[in-house]
Ligand binder design. Structure first.
Ligand code: SAH
Ligand code: F3S
Length: 431
């Protein structure tokens, strides 16, 4: 059997794109996955270009793979960096056999035998494409509900690499959900760059729907026990959605609400469409309805023109919301984005010290939050066997928890009492 080495960088959508590519390859000829480059017949690097660092790493990585690959093995570069660099990749690294953009993953089987094929059309419509089935995790399914993004945040390269937003018809999504539960999956993660914009634009269907009604339809599928989604845009978090989030018992009480900045004037130049007050109001509303909700966020520091006062606004939101998880980044100027042309880019040392301060405070808050869970009882869905006789799972609120046990626990949802807490993990015992 042929062997595939696939490296997936970046977000959950890339993880799903990798699964789609594996599924398409397998539909033609079965591949087994390998973690050793030297034994692979096909090497795929599924790239991310949201920040500069992973892009810079790509070419050194191609060099390493070229050195260790076996004779005749092919190398493909896919994902967001493929979308925006296109044939430049082959020019710079002719050892690369093909390049496929983040919106063209269904083309994987077509390019295999074409030397130096480049498929990066960002207007290509994969929203109705019926992908074959493949899942990395037997217990949880990632399911795309839209492709692309039409928000055009001034810092973000995603609209350039993934193209305009198109919703996937609900019939296709529900079919994927059904296939998942038929395979024994209990948890569904709905994916999109801006999930609560769902239903705004379909390419071929005249369906009238929105994200809230999609959540209702998914929760009606028998066998679905947990629903998560990532990410909603704070601007589109309307009251109807918050009501559904709060009242639907199948929707996990964990929500990622990307803040980006706490400063209303920076939010304006980021073109986020909301203010600090709106963001705080949405979080308060969610907390009022769901007191135990876990809220996570993304924050960028050092965006052009960020003053000390702007940064204090971000710190203020951190204090007020007390996020359960913060993904924080130094602003990284990206090609084809408006913000990269803004004057007053922030010096690296200032951005670094702001990032350090933000992360230090976040960790303090996190430690307090984690400690407050001591002795609580939570329902945990177990999905991974660890070493030392431990099994890992997630609480409804998305916290990682380890419990002594064996593989019989895998795929089960059980009540667990928390007996020990640390900043990143909870330890518990079955009740
Ligand atoms: N809409 C997606 C966001 C995709 S990008 C979602 O909601 O999940 C993921 C995160 O990367 C963004 O939320 C932002 O915080 C960060 N990011 C995007 N562009 C960036 C840039 N140019 N520099 C630093 N961080 C960036
Ligand atoms: Fe990027 Fe903003 Fe869309 S962060 S993915 S342009 S919502």
């Amino acid at each position: 059997m042929k062997k595939l080495y696939i490296e997936t960088l970046g977000c959950a959508m890339n993880t799903r794109d990798s699964e789609h590519m594996i599924a398409q390859l397998n539909s033609i000829e079965p591949y087994t996955l390998t973690t050793t480059v030297g034994e692979a017949d096909l090497i795929i690097i599924n790239t991310c270009s949201v920040r500069e660092k992973p892009v810079a790493k790509l070419f050194s990585e191609i060099g390493v793979f070229a050195k260790f690959k076996k004779q005749g093995a092919k190398i493909g570069v896919t994902g967001c960096t493929a979308s925006h660099l296109g044939k430049e990749i082959i020019k710079k690294a002719p050892i690369v056999d093909f390049v496929i953009g983040a919106r063209n993953v269904s083309k994987i089987t077509e390019v295999l035998d074409k030397k130096h094929a480049v498929e990066i059309d960002t207007s290509f419509d994969e929203s109705n494409y019926d992908f074959s089935d493949y899942r990395t995790n037997n217990f949880k399914s990632l399911i795309n509900i839209s492709i692309g993004c039409d928000k055009g945040c001034t810092f973000c390269i995603v609209p350039v690499t993934r193209g305009e937003e198109i919703s996937i018809p609900s019939s296709i999504i529900l079919k994927e959900v059904q296939k998942s539960v038929d395979a024994g999956v209990k948890e569904i993660m709905l994916l999109g760059q801006n999930v609560n914009n769902y239903g705004k634009y379909f390419s071929q269907s005249d369906e009238v729907t929105n994200f809230t009604s999609l959540l209702q339809s998914v929760s009606r599928v028998e066998g679905v026990e947990r629903i998560r989604f990532t990410s909603p845009h704070p601007l589109h978090m309307d009251d109807e959605f918050i009501e559904e989030f709060a009242s639907n018992p199948k929707i996990c009480k964990q929500i990622h609400i990307p803040l980006q900045s706490g400063s209303s004037s920076l939010l304006k130049s980021m073109k986020r469409g909301y203010t600090k007050e709106w963001f705080l109001n949405r979080c308060e509303k969610v907390r009022a309805k769901v007191p135990n909700v876990a809220i996570s966020t993304d924050i960028i520091v050092g965006f052009p023109n960020e003053s000390d006062e702007d940064f204090e606004d971000t710190m203020d939101v951190l204090e007020k919301v007390r996020f359960d998880q913060v993904f924080s980044f130094k602003y990284s100027p990206r090609p084809h984005t408006k913000a990269a042309t803004f004057e007053n880019q922030i010096p690296d040392n200032i951005a670094s010290s702001r990032l350090t301060r933000l992360q230090a405070r976040y960790y303090e808050i996190l430690e307090e939050i984690m400690h407050s869970h001591m002795n609580e009882e939570h329902l945990v869905y177990f999905d991974e066997l660890k070493s030392d006789g431990m099994v890992a799972g997630r609480t409804d609120s998305g916290k990682l928890i380890l419990v002594k046990g064996s593989e019989e626990l895998l795929g089960e949802i059980k009540k667990v009492k928390i007996t020990k807490t640390s900043r990143m993990t909870l330890i518990g015992s079955l009740v």
